[in-house]
Structure formats: structure tokens, C-alpha cells
Design a protein around this ligand. Structure first.
Ligand code: AMP
Length: 509
């Protein structure tokens, strides 16, 4: 099934329901949304000769047109290649080339130098498109296993790869959402505060399926203040927010005395949420938080931790459950593997493997990476974690980030959790540094809270009162901020490289 059928259906069932909003202003109902997608699909086919299966890239900021264009691409039977608009044009050109895209849409054109794109790929300015063509009556027939979305990974660990997601992957992912993450109703409004090219864009499907509202903030990005104003005006707002965004929302909410009016759900995920930050978010917004764990290769759908559980701080096992990423989504199985691929029992950490309807078809034109990631029907996630007897999954770290010091495995996440609770710490990130005697030693990059004075002796004293001293950082590097990729994920690779040059304070172990 072509996922664009969901929009066709929504346009017929609820023609007058408001669908697309620019800020708090409704700009299209479902009839118009579907008609625009059908017209743009005709344009892609008739004016640009796009055939089913061909790739069309989008290198644009979030907008209502972005959603129309995504659906137009699927309507025409083509494959969407959304590229984060915060990337450098040279990186975007690399992705378009790797995807063998025929067209790359930009907001206003002239983003690429004439030689930057590999022919036949060419740039098309969205603002220069139209007049709109006669619509294609219905979406091009597609099978569930046909490619729909080439999802370029965020590349925190190297060159980005094109994850092949099929129409079937996207519909399975979306149908799990109301069961495992959060029910969706017609009156809901999903706000795209993070790039649509990544996780946030995936929320569109279930909201189209349920005839809900889609809201693009006027800033076309993330501004906590704007978000709160939108939520207060529109009501029933849901959004996906990476933990750093939640942290900024908490700060802003406290500054203006806002406590979540109009927000239905904040879905967080994509990076670890430390308990100290989760407590603050709960104290600020109340029971509005839900967690998901996923990756491009099984998009947003590996496990979920429901709001009732996150909000139930009085449970004796709250800290353990709230620092987990919840239980498997309905359409996947999770298994923990040892390095030889044998399943491990509850409680033992190993690589997280996933099998089910949301798992990608493979990596685009990268058979080797596909062979390494998909083994006997299981996706090897590269994340390390363990399951408890009730099926709750706790992530310890990315396998590449585990620090092996003196033969012991140290998970940066647990060191970070302890340091993040220190009242003077705003942010922390822990990496391993090669060490002649121990193999690796623990280094903590720390950002102090505004106005706070950080002292490494205090941090050490704090640490040894809470955790085994062999896990204690041997070095602290104090920073004003931490390097992040364009999706807001901390770049550990860059921190490791910077260690050679960083002005650091060594502490004797
Ligand atoms: P991406 O494919 O760019 O979305 O990155 C996926 C990776 O982000 C996963 O493999 C995890 O390492 C991390 N991640 C995703 N969700 C969570 C979560 N809820 N908690 C901790 N890490 C997460």
C-alpha cells in the first residue's frame, strides 16, 4: 500500500477539517492538502518526468509546503530523500548524489553552485513552482516493500548512510504509535519544532491518518516561548523533542511561569534523558512526557515508556523504570546478544537486536553495511543495553562509546547520570581516552550552569559518594558548550579528537 492513500482518504472523509497551520493560522483543510499533493505529484510526473521509484530530495526548512511535497512524492510513486536544512550545501549535495536523486527542492533556489550537483540531478526552487497542474487522481500503486523514504542517518559516528524505509515500514511504525506511545484524536495538533527531515517528520503519518492538525511554527524551528504560545492558543498539542530541547523548554517555562497549558504530550527520545533532567521536566510540565527509543533503521519504533509510568514518581522502582527506555513496541521483538550473537538472559548487557515490521530494508547502495547491520533477520542496533524480567529495556550506551579501562567495561551513560545530578552541572558528556596502562581512561566534558563555579575536587567527591571509584573520571574538561550535530546530538567523536588540544585539568586517580 502507498502511504499517500492515507492523505487521499483523509481528504475524502474530512474535507473541511483544518489540516495545515502556519503558526496558529490555518492555511489548508484536508481537501486542499490532498489536492495540492495530487497536483504537485502531477507536476513531478508530467513536467519533470519523475518515474515510480526515482528519488526526489528536499533540502528545505520546515513548512506546510514541505508536507505537501512529501505526499506529492509518494503520490507519484517516487522516493523522498529529506535532507536536514541545517547541513552545509556540500553535505546536501553529497547526499543527493549518493541517493542518485533526480531533483532537489530548496526553498528559494540558488543554494547550489552550478557544478555542485551530479546530473541529471537539478535544483528546483519551491517558490518558483506552479501554476499547479491537473491533479493525479489517486496515488501510484505501491507494494508495502517498495521504497518510500531514504533516511540519511545523522552521522555521529561517521559518513551518513541512506536507510531504506518502505511504505510498509512507515505504516507499521505509525500504527504502533497510538497503541504504544500516545493515542491520537482528531482535535490533536502535532507541532514540528524539530527538523521534519528526521524524527519529527515521522509523526505526520498517524496525524494524517487520524485527521489531526499539523502545525509549523512561524519561526520554522524551535523556540520554547513560541511553542508555549502556540500550545496555549491551539490546545491539544503534541511534539517530539530531543532531551536538549526539553531542557530548554524547562528553563524557559520556569522563566515565564508557564506550566504546560495546551500541551498534550512531549515525546522525548533520540538521546539519553538523565534522571535529574526528567525530574525537572516532570516538576515543570506534569504528566505530559512519553519516551521513545528508536533509530533511523527502525524509525522511532523499538521501545516506548508510557506517560503513567514516567509520572508515577512515588513507585519504589521509579528510578530504575524511568531510566529505562520502556518495553518493545507492538510490532517488534527485542533480543540482547553477546558478541557471538547468542541471546543473553535478563539483566545481562549486550548488543540490542530488533526484529519486526519497522526494520529497514537495508542501506541504500551499501551492501556491506547492510550485511553488518541485518543478520539473520535481526537488526543489530549498535546500542548496548539489557532487558529486565518484565521486558523493560535499559540502554547503557552505543557499543562504540563503551570505555574499557583496565579490562572493565565502563558505560559513559552511568557516569554522566551521576555527574548530571550535581547542582552546578548543566550538561556533561563522558568519553574514553587512550591510556598507556589501562587501555582507556574516563574523561568528562562538563558545562557549568549559568553563574555556577565548577570545581573538579567537588565533582570527584560527589562521584565517589555515588559510584565505584574505578569509574571516576581521571580528567575533567570544562566547556561553555558541547559540540552537536545538526539534530542536536552530542558529537562524541569530535570530543575525543579535541582531547589532544583541550585545556584540561588532570586529576590523579
Ligand atoms: P538516529 O538514527 O539518528 O535517530 O539515532 C538513533 C540512536 O539514538 C539510537 O541508536 C540510540 O543510540 C540513540 N537513542 C534513540 N532514542 C534514545 C533514547 N530514548 N534514549 C537514549 N538514546 C536514544
Amino acid at each position: 500500500m502507498n502511504i499517500a492513500n492515507w492523505l487521499l482518504d483523509a481528504g475524502r472523509r474530512w474535507p473541511e477539517r483544518p489540516a495545515l497551520f502556519s503558526g496558529a493560522r490555518a492555511v489548508a483543510d484536508y481537501r486542499t492538502f490532498a489536492a495540492h499533493a495530487a497536483q504537485r505529484a502531477a507536476e513531478l510526473v508530467q513536467q519533470h518526468g519523475i518515474a515510480p521509484g526515482e528519488r526526489v530530495a528536499l533540502f528545505m526548512k520546515n513548512s506546510c509546503h514541505y508536507l505537501e511535497l512529501l505526499y506529492a512524492i509518494w503520490w507519484a510513486g517516487a522516493v523522498a530523500v529529506p535532507i536536514n536544512s541545517r547541513l552545509h550545501p556540500a553535505e546536501a549535495a553529497w547526499i543527493a548524489d549518493n541517493a542518485q536523486a533526480r531533483l532537489i527542492f530548496t526553498d528559494d533556489g540558488q543554494v547550489f553552485e552550478p557544478q555542485a550537483l551530479t546530473p541529471p540531478c537539478r535544483e528546483l526552487a519551491l517558490s518558483a513552482c506552479g501554476p499547479l497542474a491537473e491533479p493525479l487522481n489517486s496515488p501510484c500503486a505501491r507494494q508495502s516493500e517498495d521504497l518510500a523514504w531514504l533516511f540519511y542517518t545523522s552521522g555521529t559516528t561517521g559518513r551518513s548512510k541512506g536507510v531504506m524505509l518502505s511504505h510498509g515500514n512507515l505504516s507499521a511504525m505509525s500504527l504502533c504509535y497510538p497503541i504504544d506511545v500516545d493515542p491520537v484524536a482528531a482535535g490533536d495538533a502535532v507541532v514540528y519544532a524539530a527538523p521534519m527531515s528526521h524524527g519529527a517528520g515521522l509523526y505526520n503519518f498517524i496525524h494524517v491518518r487520524c485527521g489531526a492538525r499539523h502545525v509549523v511554527p512561524e519561526s520554522r524551528g524551535f523556540k520554547a516561548e513560541e511553542l508555549f504560545a502556540l500550545a496555549s492558543e491551539l490546545g491539544q498539542v503534541s511534539l517530539f523533542a530531543a532531551p536538549t530541547m526539553v531542557k530548554r523548554m524547562v528553563e524557559q517555562a520556569r522563566a515565564q511561569g508557564y506550566s504546560g497549558a495546551g500541551i498534550k504530550t512531549i515525546v522525548y527520545g533520540g538521546a539519553p534523558m538523565y534522571l535529574a533532567d526528567l525530574r525537572e521536566a516532570l516538576a515543570t510540565f506534569g504528566p505530559r512526557l512519553v519516551q521513545i527509543y528508536g533509530q533511523g533503521e527502525s524509525p522511532m519504533t523499538i521501545s516506548a515508556l508510557p506517560r503513567e509510568l514516567i509520572a508515577d514518581c512515588d513507585r519504589a522502582d521509579w528510578a530504575a523504570l524511568a531510566s529505562s527506555v520502556g518495553r518493545a513496541h507492538s510490532c517488534v521483538e527485542i533480543s540482547i546478544r553477546d558478541p557471538q550473537g547468542a541471546p543473553l538472559p535478563a539483566g545481562q548487557p549486550g548488543e540490542i537486536a530488533v526484529r519486526g515490521a519497522t526494520v529497514m530494508l537495508g542501506y541504500w547502495r551499501n551492501a556491506r553495511a547492510t550485511r553488518e547491520a541485518l543478520v539473520q533477520g535481526w537488526l543489530l542496533t549498535g546500542d548496548i543495553g539489557y532487558l529486565d524480567c518484565a521486558g523493560y529495556l535499559t540502554l547503557t550506551d552505543r557499543s562504540k562509546d563503551v570505555i574499557i579501562s583496565g579490562g572493565s567495561n565502563i558505560y559513559p551513560r552511568e557516569v554522566e547520570e551521576v555527574l548530571a545530578q550535581h547542582p552546578a552541572v548543566f550538561e556533561v558528556c563522558v568519553v574514553g581516552e587512550p591510556h598507556p596502562q589501562w587501555g582507556e581512561s574516563v574523561v568528562a566534558f562538563v558545562v557549568a550552569r549559568d553563574g555556577a563555579v565548577l570545581d573538579q575536587q567537588q565533582l570527584n567527591a560527589w562521584f565517589v559518594q555515588r559510584m565505584a571509584s574505578f569509574k571516576k573520571p581521571t580528567k575533567y574538561v570544562f566547556r561553555k558548550e558541547l559540540p552537536r550535530n545538526s539534530y542536536g546530538k552530542i558529537l562524541k567523536t569530535e570530543l575525543r579528537l579535541s582531547l589532544m588540544e583541550a585545556v584540561s585539568v588532570s586529576v590523579t586517580p
